[in-house]
Write a protein that binds this ligand. Structure first.
Ligand code: E4P
Length: 217
């Protein structure tokens, strides 16, 4: 099982990375904007230093640009920050062209903005380290995100290869349970879902009872 914390908020990293629950962190331009941080190599270099200092084994940062050349150039600059930086690239034709060059140079790449099982095939053919389907946004669009990701997992198992499905756009702990039961083992989610992975009223009541007993209550 491999979990990632999906945020660019360093306070959330400080709160969660020492827990040992997460393999690393994932970011993208939207999350950087939400954290009021510029999408730049310099900013991501600072984020990488903070994340690795807090125990992250990988920082996944998204490249940007409208052309394959721009996506490659920015991705190359992100990869040069640290070997533990994985470059995220949208699964467009331009993204695939940039990813192919980065992967050929030994850079770890995540193909992102994935909404359909067949895109998992493309990511695996490219030799991507991860392919990131957006469960919640698939469902928002009226698709059966769960079925699409299970189909992707089936095709990836049949095709072989090392590309891992990294499910994003997760909004409830039950999303992870259902997908993990179907054999999916890599997920990225924000602090709210991280909290939900521990939340249970009976657990809270039992913990309170332990505290009272320990205090002689
Ligand atoms: C994907 O990379 C995004 O960071 C995130 O997973 C999207 O989640 P949302 O659809 O709940 O906004």
């Amino acid at each position: 099982l491999r979990l990632f914390l999906d945020t660019a908020e360093e306070a959330a990293w400080r709160a969660w990375l020492p827990s040992g629950l997460f393999h690393g962190v994932t970011t993208n331009p939207t999350l950087l904007a939400a954290a009021r941080k510029p999408c730049s190599v310099g900013e991501i270099e600072l984020l990488a230093s903070a994340a690795f200092g807090l125990g992250a084994q990988e920082l996944q940062a998204q490249s940007w640009g409208r052309t394959a050349k721009a996506l490659y150039t920015n991705g190359r600059a992100l990869a040069a920050i640290d070997d533990r930086v994985v470059v995220k690239v949208p699964i467009t034709r331009e993204g695939a062209e940039a990813a192919a060059r980065l992967i050929a140079e030994g850079v770890g790449v995540t193909m992102t903005a994935v909404y359909a099982a067949h895109q998992g095939l493309s990511a695996a053919a490219l030799g991507a380290r991860y392919v990131a389907p957006y469960l919640g946004r698939m469902n928002d669009a009226g698709r059966d995100g769960f079925a699409e990701i299970v189909a992707m997992a089936e095709l990836m198992r049949a095709a072989g290869g090392a590309t891992r499905i990294l499910v994003a756009s997760l909004r409830a702990a039950d999303d992870l349970v259902r997908l993990a039961r179907a054999g999916v083992d890599t997920f990225t989610f924000g602090p709210k879902v991280a909290e939900a992975l521990f939340a249970d009223p009976l657990t809270a009541a039992a913990a309170e009872a332990f505290e009272k007993a320990a205090e002689g209550g």
